[in-house]
Every structure is written in structure tokens, then in C-alpha cells.
Design a protein around this ligand. Sequence first.
Ligand code: S3P
Length: 435
Amino acid sequence: MTSLTITPWRPLKGALSIPGDKSITHRAIILSALAEGRSTITGYCRGEDCLNTARSFRALGIRIDESPERLDVHGKGLWGLSEPEHPLDCGNSGTGIRLLTGLLAGQDFFTVLTGDESVKRRPMGRVVKPLREMGAVISGRKGGELAPLAVTGRRLSGIAYTSPVSSAQVKSSLLLAGLYAEGLTRITEPWRSRDHTERLFRYFGIPVQEDGQAVVLQGRPAVGWPAKNLLVPGDLSAAAFFMVGACIVPESEVALLGVGVNPTRTGVLEILTEMGADIQVVNEREEAGEPVADLLVRSAPLHGIRIGAERIPRMIDEFPILCVAAAMAEGETVITGAEELRVKESDRIAAMVSELRKMGTRVTETPDGLILQGIGKSGDRLRGASCTSHGDHRVAMALAIAGLTADTPTTIDDTACIETSFPGFYDNLLKLLTT
Ligand code: S3P
């Protein structure tokens, strides 16, 4: 089993280009495969999750040429996919399996979708139920609640669906099904989740409307869309680890370059700034319909914060690293309305509570979040400890950053999972620690 040992108290210094966004890479592969002709995706996320999506499309008959810098996807148009010979393995990726389920529901062939042990524990009913309302024929364990899922392609009809959860995976799954459905597909969610699918649809020329809290798509477009080249913005969720590292280790100063700052994702920037962080957003520009900027971060004393349900969708993946920021901040942090974190790659509330406790943090778990007492100005440090990732890439990386502020080295077990989203994480961290 792989592990990381982190030696504490060296400042982070220097500049880093942040690797491509995982959410956007999944979507770029999907829409390029459905376009007509060759799309080049530069700066894509090389994490296993996205590579599994690329492998799935190869199995669906799409040629994809892969090099470290770019993917060339030879799209065959909206109806160009063909029946795979074997089950599609989405690995650890909830995004991969949920988006593909929607896409494949309206095809004229049969597919089986599966993933690793974590994916097989995650709720699939949230996409299966509305897809069935659209006419999809999907079966799976526990009545379709759990993968593997068997999808028998069918002619679909658009629906107006109000999702009980704010989830870009649910919304995107239904939008992809909606492309193949008769009539309008309309999705409303409690709070708007990340809008990369909508932006990329528009970038490829597929009209998708916004109507208050809802997104609306007309299905079965009469004409397809041509291939497009795109540069994937850096992943704000990957940058967040170094951002928090630079905030909490004194004398740090880092520049994180080419980071996506889509407003449906920037909760982490706002929350850290409210906590007292020194973060400047400079060189704002646009790539493939997405806002991009460079982030300049200097260490600064942080204070505790209250985060409620309405803010969770815009910081959903930053919960583990924000817990680390809170552990080093002065005073109390209270997070509520975060029950979605219990059904991520791990139960991230339970995982962060148990691991930060090992490192000496006073923290109480609640059903939908936590209450945490930060160290602040007391001069105390976190305690070096023997931690585990719970098989979750974001927990592993968050604990590595926490380890930078401990009194003795911290070991994190089971860190191979980092490969799912950020293969160069440790090398990049070392680069910043030794510049
Ligand atoms: C993602 C959406 C979010 C997020 C995940 C990626 C996406 O999940 O946590 O890492 O790419 O659509 P939910 O839709 O379940 O909130």
C-alpha cells in the first residue's frame, strides 16, 4: 500500500501551473466524441477518472489519440456511438458513471456500467429515477440504486425535473439524456451546481437556456455540431490544496497559474478570503467559455467561519481542505447542510473528523457537518500522526497539507487514490517546498 510522509514547517514558495480541470475534462471528452470530426483537448486532467472516461469512449467506438499534452478525439456525431463489447469501467468516478448513464440511456444499444468498490457504494438512484421518468430502461443492484447498472437504450421523452439535491452530476446526466429525448428537458435544483456542462454545450454550439433556477434543453437537434479545439482551465479544486497550504504555513507565497474561476466553483476563494486569507485574483481571461485567472496567495492568520447549506454546492469538493484551514484558524468553525459529503468517494465528514482528531484537533461530528475548534494564535501545532486517506484522493491531499503544520512528521496511508484526480500532486508540493 502506498503512503506519504510529510515533514512539517517549510514554507511554500514559487509558481505552479495547475493541471486541467477534472469536471471539464470529462465533459470535453463526451462532447468531442459526439461532435463531427477531430477535437483537440489540450491541458486535460490526466487523473485516472478522466482516463477511464476516455477508455469508455474508445469502447463505444470513438478513436482517441492520447499524449501527455493533448487528447485528439475523433467524434462521429450525435448518433455515432456503438455498442461496447464489455462492461464500461468508470473506476472511482461518480461523474463518469452518472454522466455516461444519462448519455447511454437514449442510444439504440445495450451497455453495462461499473466502477470500483467506492463507486459501487454510491447512490445511483438520483440519476436512475429521473432517467426512468424519461423512459429509460435501467437496472442495477438494489432496484437500480447501486452499480453495476445495465442500460438498455430506448427512445426518451423530455421531462421537467426538480432534483432534491444540488448536483452537477444529476443535472449533466439528464442534459445528456435530454439531447436524445423528444421535446424539452428542464432541470431545477435547490441551489445552482457547477455549470460546466451548460457552458461546454454552448461552446460547441448546442443551445441550452437558463430560466431562473432551471436549465432547459431542446432534444434531438436537427443538425449536429462541428469539432472544436479547447484548452482545459486548471482545476480550482486541485489548486485549493496549495492555496490552503500557502495560507497556513508562515512565510509562504505562491502563484497558482491558469486556474478556472467559474463562479459556480469559487466558494473556496470566498470562504478563505472571509477567513482572512491573502489571495489576489489576477490576469482574468477566458478559455473555452470558462473564466480563468492566476491566484497569488500569501500566508495570513485565519479565523473560524460559519458555512451553511446554501454555500455547499460551490465548495463541495473543498470540504476536506477547508477543514484543514479551519483547524489552523483562530476560533470556531461550524459547517451545516453538508450531508452530501457523506456520499462522496468516502464519507468525507467522518473521514476528516477522525483524521483531524488524530492530529489533535477538537472537532465534533454532526449529521450534516461539524463543529471544529481551530488552533489560531495559541502557538500550538497540529500533532504529527499516522493517518489514512479512507481511499479518498481529496482526504489524502488535505491531510498532506495538514501535515505541513504538525509538530512532527505525518504519515498518510493508502495514497494511491491521489492518482484518480491529481497524479502530480506530491511532485508539485515538493517543488513549492524547495523553491
Ligand atoms: C462533479 C460534481 C460534484 C463534485 C464532483 C464532480 C461534476 O458532484 O463533487 O467531484 O463533475 O459534475 P455532485 O454532482 O454529486 O455534487
